[in-house]
Design a protein around this ligand. Structure first.
Ligand SMILES: [Zn+2]
Length: 147
């Protein structure tokens, strides 16, 4: 895996949910895309819906809208664009995954949706990116920070 291609509109969309105000709750959604050779090519991200649970320190994705968007993306892309992972926000400047985050991400990798998965935490000042690889579950996480 050489790089993650993340379209600007998707980046701008998730940045909108940054918890920069004291009352802003955690948000999150699915990351959808495809693998193109050496690249993880992101096509869509889903946004929080009315049935998701959102509080200052917790987001639980349970709105069916995420699945509907994923299904639509799959059907309109000749079954190329699928589920690649999850994004969510943290109320901290430089976010780090919690033990709950890591356990959840490892489960996504084990479930085998894709040989490579992507997980993003949107902090207030920076992102945390994590690419997980199916064959190296456990200690494969690496990340890079961007302003
Ligand atoms: Zn988290």
């Amino acid at each position: 895996m050489k790089a993650v291609l993340f379209p600007r509109f998707a980046l701008e969309l998730i940045i909108q949910y940054r918890q920069s105000e004291i009352y802003t709750p955690e948000s999150g959604g699915m990351i959808l895309g495809r693998i193109r050779g050496e690249y993880l090519d992101i096509a869509h991200v889903t946004e929080p819906g009315g049935h998701d649970f959102q509080s200052r320190f917790q987001f639980i994705r349970r709105d069916y809208g995420h699945h509907q968007v994923a299904l639509d993306a799959w059907e309109t892309s000749n079954s190329e664009v699928g589920y690649l992972g999850e994004w969510h926000t943290h109320p901290e400047d430089s976010p780090m995954p919690s033990s709950i985050d890591l356990a959840g991400w490892k489960k996504v990798i084990r479930d085998g949706h894709s040989p490579y998965c992507l997980f993003i935490i949107v902090g207030i000042l920076s992102f945390y990116f994590c690419v997980g690889c199916k064959n190296l579950v456990g200690d494969v996480f690496f990340h890079e920070f961007e302003e």
